[in-house]
Design a protein around this ligand. Structure first.
Ligand code: Z57
Length: 761
C-alpha cells in the first residue's frame, strides 16, 4: 500500500477515489508535516534570522510536494484515482501575509536559504486577516477582510512564549511555525510567526478596519497594514513592529544560549537581516535585552552592530519610516530612551553632520538612519537602485561608511515561478537541456536552440497552452472571457502613480481611437491589469476606477471589442500570478525611472518567455544588459534625467498635456461615455491631477511609449522571430534566480556555513 493510501485509510477509512478534495487536502497536509518532522535539524553554530513584516508565501501544498521531491509520485497516484492536485489545492486559502514585492521577495528568499542549506529562519507576525481582499463594485475597489486561517493549516503551534512590555501593557506572545522545505535538500527551516492569543477579530467591519487604541489587546496582530511604498503611520504600527522584534530578539538570545553562546560572542551565533525599515526596532530592543542581562551599553551596541544588516527597498521618502519620538514615548518609552542614547552616541561621533542624524530637527526618529549607523551592512536591491542610494538618497552615509554599502540584485525562486507555475515549460527545458537547470538555474544551454525551428514552434505551443489555462482560470474566477489567440499584454503589481498604470490606460485610449479610425490590429490584443491600491490612496483608487470604466466602454463597443479587450483581474495575488505570468507575451515594466527599486515581476515574466517593455529602471537595466537591445523594448527618460528634473523642479505637466497627441487622450477621461458609466468625482480628480500635477510624470514618456508599443505589436506578427527572442530571454534568466541572490548575501554579508553551492552565475 502506498504512503498516501495508508494516510487516507487511517483518516477516513476509505480509498482515495472516494475522498472529497477537502479530505485529500487534509491528508496531504498531515503527510507533508510528518515528512517535515522526520527531517534532520541544522546543527551549525551561526544562524540567520530574516526579519520581515511580510512573507507573501502563496499556497504551499504543491510547492512543498515539489521541494520534498514527491510531487510527481503524489500527482500520478491522484490522477490514477481520478483526482487532481490542482483541484485539491483549491481547498487551500492563500495566506495574505504581504502587500507586494517586498513580501514576495521574503518568501522567495526563505525558499532559497533553505535550498542552499543555510541555517536560517524568518521572523514575522501572524496577521489574522492579512491584507484585505479586493472586490470590484460599480467599477470601484472595495476592501473586504480576508480571514485566511482555517482550523487545519500549515501553522504549527509552538510552545514558546515571551513577555513583551509596552508602556500600558505587558503581553504574552504565542508562536506559530510554518516549515520551509528546500529543493532536493533535507534540512528544513521555519517561518516563525508571532501572535497574541487575545486577538479576536470582532471589530472588523466591511470595507474599513476600526482601530480602538484602548483595545490593543484585541487588535495587535489582526491585520497587515495595507501599504506598499505608501505610508500610513500610527501607533498600532509601532505596537506591531515592536511586538515582532521583541519576540524575535528574545528568540535569538534563547536559541544562541542553547547553542553555547555567552552573549558577549552573540554575533558569532546570529546574524539579523532587517527587511526594510519595519523591523529596525530590533536594534534598540537587542541593546535593551543585552544590557538587561548585564552587559554595558557600549558593549551591547558593538555586539548589535556586528550582527545586524539592513536592506533598503525604496527611495520613496514616504515609505522610509520616521517615528515621532512622542509616539515612541507613548508606546515604548524604554526603547525611546535607548534610541536617544544611540542618537547622542552617533552625534558625538559626527558633530554637525545633520544629514545623518537619527532624531531630526522635528523630533522624528529615522529608522533607516538608525539601521545604517548601528548595522554593518546596507544594501539596495538592484544595481541602479544601490547606485542611486550611494550617489543621491544616502550619499551622506556613503561618505562616512563607504564600506558598509553593497548591492544585492533581487531574484525569484525557480521552484514556484517555473516548476510550479509553468510545468510544461519546465518539462520542455528538461528534454532540451537536461533537468540540471533545476538545481543550477543555468539556462544558458538553451541558446543552442535559438535557430531551431522545431524548438521555437514548441515554445510557441507551450505559450498557447498557458493562454488556454489562463482563459479557463479567468472564466471560473471572475466570469471573464479572453481570446486565447490574442496577444497577452500584462501589467500586474500594486497600483501606484510611479508604476504608471495610468500611462498604459492612456495608451489604451490611443488604441481605442485608432481602431475607431479603422486601423484594426492584425492580431487581437488583450491587456490585463492586476493589483491592489492602498485603500487610503485616493488617486490609486481613481486609476482603478478609470481603467474599469474604460474597459466597460470597450466591451460595449462592437467596433472595438473584437480587437481589443481590457481586463482588470480582481484581487490579484500569488495564485492569480501563477496563471497570468506563464501566459504573457508582453511584460509591462513602465515605472518612472529611478522610482522602482528593483521589481521582481519583471524577472518572472522573462523566465516564462514574455518580452519586456520597460523604462531603464530597477532591475530592468540588468535584464536589458543580459538579453541585449534586440530582445527587449526600452523607452523613456533615464533615471539621471528624472533625478535632475526633481532636483530642479523642471517638470511642468501642462507642457505635455497640451501637446496634440496627448490632450485628446487625457481628455477622454472626461468624455460623455466615461462620465455616463463612471463616477464623476473620481474621473474629474484624476483628470485634474494628470493634466496639472502629474507628480510621477506619466505624460513625459507617453509619446515614446505609444510608439514603442505599436512597434512591439507589429513585431509580434513575425511569429518565429518573436519566439526566438523569447527563447533568448528564458536562456538569460538564470542570473535572476534567488539562489544566486542568496548565495551573494551569504558570501558578502552573512558568512554562514552553506551546504550546497550549485549556483552557476
Ligand atoms: C515594497 O513592496 C517594496 C518596497 C518598499 O519600500 C515597500 Br514598503 C514595499 C518593493 C519595491 O517597490 C520593488 O521595486 C522591489 O522589487 C521589492 O520591494 C523587493 O525588493
Amino acid at each position: 500500500m502506498s504512503r498516501l493510501e495508508n494516510y487516507v485509510l487511517k483518516a477516513y477509512n476509505k480509498p482515495i477515489r472516494e475522498c472529497s478534495d477537502a479530505e485529500l487536502y487534509r491528508v496531504l497536509l498531515d503527510l507533508v508535516k510528518d515528512l517535515g518532522d522526520g527531517l534532520p535539524k541544522h546543527t551549525t553554530k551561526k544562524k540567520l534570522y530574516y526579519f520581515s513584516a511580510e512573507f507573501l508565501i502563496g499556497k504551499l501544498l504543491s510547492n512543498n510536494l515539489l521541494n520534498l521531491g514527491i510531487y510527481d509520485e503524489v500527482n500520478n497516484e491522484l490522477i490514477a484515482n481520478g483526482k487532481s492536485l490542482l483541484d485539491i489545492e483549491e481547498a487551500e486559502n492563500e495566506p495574505s501575509l504581504g502587500n507586494g514585492g517586498l513580501g514576495r521577495l521574503a518568501a522567495c528568499f526563505m525558499d532559497s536559504i533553505t535550498t542552499l542549506g543555510i541555517n536560517g529562519d524568518g521572523i514575522g507576525l501572524n496577521y489574522h486577516f492579512g491584507l484585505f481582499q479586493q472586490v470590484f463594485k460599480h467599477n470601484n475597489q472595495l476592501a473586504v477582510p480576508d480571514p485566511w486561517i482555517t482550523e487545519e493549516s500549515w501553522l504549527n503551534r509552538n510552545e514558546r512564549r515571551y513577555q513583551v512590555k509596552f508602556k500600558d501593557y505587558t503581553f504574552t506572545s504565542t508562536l506559530y511555525d510554518i516549515d520551509v522545505f528546500g529543493y532536493h535538500h533535507d534540512k528544513r527551516n521555519r517561518l516563525r510567526l508571532f501572535d497574541l492569543e487575545s486577538v479576536t477579530g470582532d471589530i472588523i467591519e466591511e470595507g474599513t478596519i476600526h482601530f480602538d487604541k484602548s483595545n490593543i489587546e484585541e487588535n495587535l496582530t489582526l491585520f497587515l497594514y495595507p501599504d506598499d511604498s505608501d505610508h500610513a503611520g500610527n501607533l498600532l504600527r509601532i505596537y506591531q513592529q515592536y511586538f515582532m522584534v521583541s519576540n524575535g530578539a528574545q528568540l535569538i538570545i534563547d536559541e544562541a544560549l542553547d547553542r553555547g553562546s555567552n552573549l558577549r560572542d552573540l554575533a558569532d551565533y546570529a546574524v539579523i537581516q532587517i527587511n526594510d525599515t519595519h523591523p529596525a526596532l530590533v536594534i534598540p530592543e537587542m541593546v535593551r535585552l543585552l544590557t538587561e542581562r548585564g552587559l554595558s551599553f557600549d558593549e551591547s551596541v558593538e555586539i548589535v552592530r556586528n550582527m545586524t544588516a539592513f536592506t533598503n527597498h525604496t527611495i520613496l521618502s514616504e515609505a522610509l519610516e520616521k517615528w515621532p519620538m512622542s509616539d515612541l514615548d507613548e508606546v515604548i518609552p524604554e526603547i525611546a530612551k535607548i534610541i536617544r542614547r544611540l542618537d547622542e552616541k552617533m552625534k558625538a561621533e559626527f558633530p554637525g553632520n545633520h544629514a545623518v542624524a537619527i532624531i531630526d530637527g522635528h523630533g522624528r526618529a529615522h529608522m533607516a538612519h538608525m539601521a545604517i549607523h548601528y548595522g554593518f551592512s546596507i544594501n539596495g536591491v538592484a544595481r541602479l537602485h544601490s547606485d542611486i542610494l550611494k550617489d543621491t538618497e544616502l550619499r551622506h552615509f556613503y561618505d562616512i561608511y563607504p564600506d558598509k554599502f553593497n548591492n544585492k540584485t533581487n531574484g525569484i525562486t525557480f521552484r514556484r515561478w517555473i516548476m510550479d507555475a509553468n510545468p510544461e515549460l519546465a518539462d520542455t527545458l528538461d528534454s532540451l537541456i537536461s533537468p540540471e537547470w533545476r538545481d543550477t538555474a543555468d539556462l544558458k544551454p538553451l541558446l543552442e536552440y535559438k535557430d531551431d525551428k522545431a524548438v521555437i514552434t514548441k515554445l510557441r505551443a507551450v505559450k498557447f497552452n498557458n493562454k488556454l489555462r489562463l482563459k479557463k482560470h479567468l472564466k471560473t474566477s471572475q466570469g471573464v472571457d479572453i481570446n486565447e489567440h490574442s496577444i497577452i499584454d500584462i501589467q500586474i503589481k500594486r497600483i501606484h502613480e510611479y508604476k504608471r498604470q495610468q500611462m498604459l490606460a492612456l495608451y489604451i485610449i490611443h488604441k481605442y481611437f485608432d481602431i475607431k479610425n479603422g486601423n484594426v490590429p492584425k492580431t487581437p490584443i488583450t491587456i490585463l491589469f492586476g493589483g491592489k491600491a492602498a485603500n487610503a490612496y485616493t488617486i490609486a483608487r481613481d486609476i482603478i476606477h478609470m481603467i474599469l470604466t474604460l474597459s466597460q466602454i470597450i466591451d460595449n463597443d462592437p467596433e472595438v471589442s473584437p480587437h481589443l479587450k481590457v481586463v482588470f483581474v480582481e484581487n490579484y495575488n500569488v495564485t492569480h500570478a501563477q496563471y497570468l505570468i506563464p501566459a504573457a507575451d508582453i511584460s509591462e515594466q513602465i515605472s518612472l525611472a529611478s522610482k522602482e527599486a528593483s521589481g521582481t515581476g519583471n524577472m518572472k515574466f522573462m523566465l516564462n518567455g514574455a518580452l519586456t517593455l520597460c523604462t531603464m529602471d530597477g532591475a530592468n537595466v540588468e535584464i536589458a544588459e543580459r538579453v541585449g537591445q534586440e530582445n527587449i523594448y526600452t523607452f523613456g527618460r533615464d533615471s539621471q534625467d528624472i533625478v535632475n528634473l526633481y532636483a530642479t523642479n523642471g517638470y511642468n505637466a501642462p507642457d505635455y498635456y497640451y501637446r496634440d497627441r496627448i490632450k485628446p487622450l487625457v481628455d477622454f477621461i472626461l468624455s460623455p461615455g466615461m462620465l455616463y458609466l463612471g463616477d464623476e468625482e473620481r474621473l474629474r480628480r484624476l483628470h485634474h491631477d494628470i493634466s496639472t500635477k502629474d507628480y510621477f510624470m506619466a505624460l513625459i514618456d507617453l509619446e515614446e511609449f505609444i510608439d514603442v508599443k505599436e512597434k512591439m505589436y507589429a513585431d509580434y506578427e513575425d511569429h518565429d522571430n518573436w519566439s526566438r527572442r523569447t527563447l533568448i530571454n528564458i536562456a538569460n534568466a538564470g542570473y535572476f534566480s534567488s539562489d544566486r541572490t542568496i548565495n551573494d548575501y551569504n558570501r558578502d554579508i552573512w558568512h554562514l556555513e552553506q551546504e550546497h553551492q550549485d549556483i552557476k552565475e
